[in-house]
Unconditional design. Sequence first.
Length: 386
Amino acid sequence: MNKILLFANTGWYLYNYRQSLARAVAADGAAVVLVSPPDRYSRMLEQAGFAWRQVELSRRAMDPVADLRFFAACLRLYRRERPTLVHHFTAKPVVYGTWAARLARVPAVVNSVTGLGYAFVTREARGRIMRPIVIGLYRSALGSSRSWTIFQNPDDRSRLLELGIVDPSRATLIVGSGVDLQRFRTTREPAGMPVVVLPARMLWDKGVGELVEAARLVRERGVPVRVRLAGAPDPGNPASIPESQLKAWAEAGLAEWIGHQDDMPAVYAACHIVALPTYYGEGLPRSLVEAGASGRPVIATDVPGCRAVVEPGENGLLVEPRSVAPLAQALLDLCVGAERRARMGQRGRQMAEERFSDERIVGETMKLYRTMSTLGPGHSPTEGSE
């Protein structure tokens, strides 16, 4: 019997983004095991009936001792579980998990590049120093003849191909992780002044500060708007916003910080606009797809990942990253344009149904798994595809 391991850096990721895939694997007759560090979501995965295995992982960007322990734990896990295929999500499982899979002679490995992240986009000196190291790590992992790489947006695919990190014959494009169209449904706008939600981890490079400042400019022009920040800080990330700053914005009346929310459909139903002015290095922002499925227009930055979701003027607006004035103008345009918001929301729902549904994304991933099972190393299941 085939056994497939799905491996990410948090139980939260697997619980929120990959349950549908895990259920499809099981329905296809294979054993499925989910792997992550322990958190409250890993317990919820077990309660949902999934087999889950614990592997400790340091969230720090560079921690050689902890990373060596993580690699050794991956190797022990693969030798014990003897999977026929491992699918890694997020950077450290991709790199160290692939090395371990190679030594453990796992027959097939799939690596999902879920965004290029901090090292590729930061302007800080630390990030520029890390970048060539990260490129080298990716090249050593993604260049394996036993692995295939899934990209979530075409920009990331092009960039890693240009750097020679990935063999184009073993690279494919599957746009995101899918959205549950039954859970995320179109609802009527709430009454009252426009509410703008930013649903993301509270990181500076998610554009949180720019959104707070842009909303202040909109209010100065006499247009009321409320900003709601739905997400928690991420202390393991160098760009994490301190809780003291989030509370200071709330106390000054500049933004409401509601923290992490499990019931995201309710969050979208209670807003008029969803904004993600990120310059983080996204794969394909799930929040923008969820917003569209919920019938809400979006404002995002013209960066990889976001521009794979947003058709300017159709389901939302794209603005220049790191720039407050264009963001403020986009907010102003949608705050005063109820009919335009409604039209964009309808188009967003249509795009979610056509391009980003769970059914479509899971189906494409399962097709890759099935094809790989008939191929040996060095052959491509995606030749001639995009």
